[in-house]
Write a protein that binds this ligand. Structure first.
Ligand code: AMP
Length: 416
């Protein structure tokens, strides 16, 4: 299938051709025709699948065809709600790219920065608003945002909004929009609360899903190092130097941990920077730009900060700390191996993280290469990577203990 066959406006075709897109990705092939028919849609797809264009392109097509050339005052016709500032900025950039040959105007608003510029922009009017939930409600309360003329509502990364505690804000936002809107909901997983949200706010939605989140891992070369916790920083430095790694995205669990990893790498002359929620928005953007321009060779991030990072052909992802939720591992390594490029994911597993590793293996069902030859192996404990995860008690993790996330996970039925 081609973009032409989707019947898109020529200004959009010109923009996607310039971006180098030769054909729609699977989520685009499935979602665009449904959205063009003005139906509600639930899409199960993660970042990296071309999901943003899957909703942005048909929305721009509609807005440009229906109101694009009109000279009247601009009113918000499309609202995209997304959980993080990085994602909001990323989506705003995508709308800018795809709509560059139209008269449509878009604004992105998010918290963590002064609202003055955003308010000035809103006063000028826009057709498309991309927003994080808190700032959106805040600006609405101050009467800077009017959603009465909304035609499209997009709820992006709905499962992350749930995890981040935004779901009530999302419900409030939906209630501010007209009944006759078209609603599109995207989520990488489909926990019960998201299904309920879809059931209560979407009208006879069509469901589409793309490659299961757990199988995206197959195009990525995965390696694991069983390493003493206190030697992880040394191992990271060892790999960066000996394997000549650059353009590396490193995931750590905490903001403090991220700063410490950066400090130790910098001490050894590696150009590293951290990106996490304690940094100002401007600082985060600056770091991200330097990483994209390859001025910074190692970016150390927490999961939430990393959600919006879209860097094509990122070659290496390092799981410095293993996540306690196995799906997070899949999200993380999905940062590499994008758009058909090969990627390598390197995981460090400390003794205290063995249970997490077993849970990850249980989810991905892929044999991950164990790198045994390295200077910092576990002491006083046998590495038994071949040990099969324990499938006997499905509601418990490999240690037999209920995980912190288990309550929600019981409801987290995979949906593909
Ligand atoms: P997303 O899933 O929206 O985060 O998109 C992931 C990446 O895929 C972005 O860098 C997009 O520019 C790129 N992309 C989106 N659609 C296509 C396409 N049809 N062909 C090639 N790349 C695409």
């Amino acid at each position: 299938m081609t973009f032409e066959e989707l019947g898109l406006h020529r200004s959009l075709l010109k923009a996607v051709t310039e971006e180098g897109y030769s054909e729609p990705t699977p989520i685009q092939q499935k979602a665009i025709p449904i959205i063009l028919k003005e139906k509600d849609l639930v899409g199960c797809a993660q970042t990296g699948t071309g999901k943003t264009a899957a909703f942005a392109i048909p929305i721009i097509h509609y807005l440009h065809s229906v109101i694009g050339s009109s000279k009247r005052t601009k009113q918000i016709r499309c609202l995209v709600v997304t959980p993080t500032r990085e994602l909001a900025i990323q989506i705003g950039e995508s709308f800018d790219t795809y709509s560059k040959y139209t008269n449509l105007r878009q604004i992105t608003v998010y918290g963590g920065v002064s609202q003055i510029n955003q308010v000035n922009q809103l006063k000028k009017g826009a057709d498309i608003l991309i927003a994080t939930p808190g700032r959106l409600l805040d600006l609405h309360k101050q009467n800077f945002i009017n959603l009465d003329h909304l035609h499209h509502l997009v709820l992006d990364e709905a499962d992350l909004m749930l995890d981040m505690g935004f779901i009530n804000d999302v419900r409030k936002i939906i209630k501010l929009t007209p009944e006759n809107r078209q609603t599109l909901l995207f989520s990488a997983t489909m926990p019960m609360a998201i299904r309920e949200l879809a059931d209560s706010f979407l009208k006879k939605p069509e469901y589409v899903s793309v490659t299961p989140v757990s199988s995206t891992a197959e195009i990525i070369k995965q390696q694991v190092y069983f390493v003493e916790k206190e030697s992880k920083r040394s191992l990271l430095y060892h790999l960066i130097r000996n394997e000549n790694l650059s353009n590396v995205l490193v995931f750590v669990r905490t903001k403090h941990g991220a700063d410490n990893v950066v400090k130790s790498l910098k001490k050894n002359g590696v150009n590293a920077e951290a990106i996490h929620g304690d940094k100002s928005q401007t600082a985060r953007q600056r770091v991200l730009e330097s990483f994209k321009n390859k001025e910074v060779s190692v970016l150390v991030a927490t999961d939430i900060a990393a959600r919006g990072i879209d860097i094509e052909s990122l070659p290496y992802v390092v799981n410095f700390d293993l996540p306690n939720i196995p799906e997070t591992y899949v999200h993380r390594i999905g940062r590499t191996g994008r758009a058909g490029n090969n990627g390598i994911s390197i995981s460090f597993c400390g003794k205290d993280e063995e249970v997490y590793w077993k849970d990850i293996l249980k989810l991905i069902k892929v044999d991950v290469k164990v790198i045994k030859e390295h200077p910092y192996p576990w002491k006083d404990k046998e590495v038994n990577p071949e040990a099969k995860p324990d499938f006997r008690n499905k509601n418990k993790n490999a240690a037999g203990k209920s995980r912190k996330s288990d309550n929600s996970k019981k409801n987290k039925k995979r949906w593909y």
